[in-house]
Design a protein around this ligand. Structure first.
Ligand SMILES: [Zn+2]
Length: 110
């Protein structure tokens, strides 16, 4: 079923707000990983690796905990992990059991 979404033409153009209204959508773009690598920080905390940074899609900063066993595999070559937005903001059409705006991407932890 198609759904029409109306935009309000009389809405003032608030150029001081960089964040556009977003609908939850499970999408991955090649630049997501590039942007995340450039902007995310990695810290270790009590055996957990925690990635912190702005979501490449919605721009909201979130923390993504990575279990230690994920990146300390038997190989010494690092591990590819799937990272997804955990922003606590509300997004239209988001399923109740999901968190974030739906963006996901893959990163290599070394
Ligand atoms: Zn997001």
């Amino acid at each position: 079923m198609a759904e029409l979404v109306h935009t309000n033409p009389s809405e003032p153009d608030n150029s001081s707000s960089p964040q556009q209204p977003l609908t939850y959508d499970e999408v991955s773009e090649p630049q997501f990983a590039e942007l995340a690598v450039a902007s995310f920080t990695v810290e270790e905390h009590e055996g957990m690796t925690i990635l912190t940074g702005p979501c490449p899609r919605c721009g909201r900063v979130f923390r993504f905990p990575v279990a230690a066993e994920v990146f300390r595999g038997p190989e010494e070559e690092g591990e590819e992990i799937l990272v997804y937005c955990l922003s606590s903001a509300d997004f239209a059409a988001r399923p109740p059991d999901r968190t974030g705006c739906g963006a996901y991407w893959r990163l290599n932890l070394v």
